[in-house]
Design a protein. Structure first.
Length: 121
């Protein structure tokens, strides 16, 4: 069995963009007074926290889908077997229902066929 190394480029790119935005904010706030900075932090901190709280589930779902797709692509042969087994498990009740519906008709058809065959003799 071979192992595959997965690279994590997307989170690293997002972190780099976040660092660039923080640097722009730092250069913009260098010339403000201490009182102005304090008032802006008091007003902005709850809003920034709210943005992170709202964005966290979306980010988690996106990262789960991203890494799940990468893992599935890396180990497709083993996953295909499991997906096939799950599909068969989910289809089994419907196949059973089809058999339950079809067997009386098939049995009646068999009786008619055997009866007609016996009547010909």
């Amino acid at each position: 069995m071979t192992t595959t190394t997965l690279t994590m480029n997307t989170p690293e790119l997002a972190l780099h963009a976040l660092e660039a935005a923080a640097e722009k904010l730092n250069t913009a706030t260098e010339h403000m007074t201490r009182a102005t900075k304090t008032v802006m932090m008091l007003a902005g901190a709850p809003l920034i926290g709210l943005v992170f709280v709202i964005a966290l589930p979306v980010i988690c779902a996106a990262l789960t889908a991203y890494y799940g797709a990468k893992l599935l692509a890396a180990r497709w042969t083993g996953a295909a077997r499991h997906i096939k087994n799950i599909a068969l498990f989910l289809a089994a009740p419907f196949v059973g229902l089809a058999y339950i519906i079809a067997f009386p008709v098939v049995g009646l058809g068999t009786l008619v066929y055997l009866g007609a065959k016996a009547a010909r003799r």
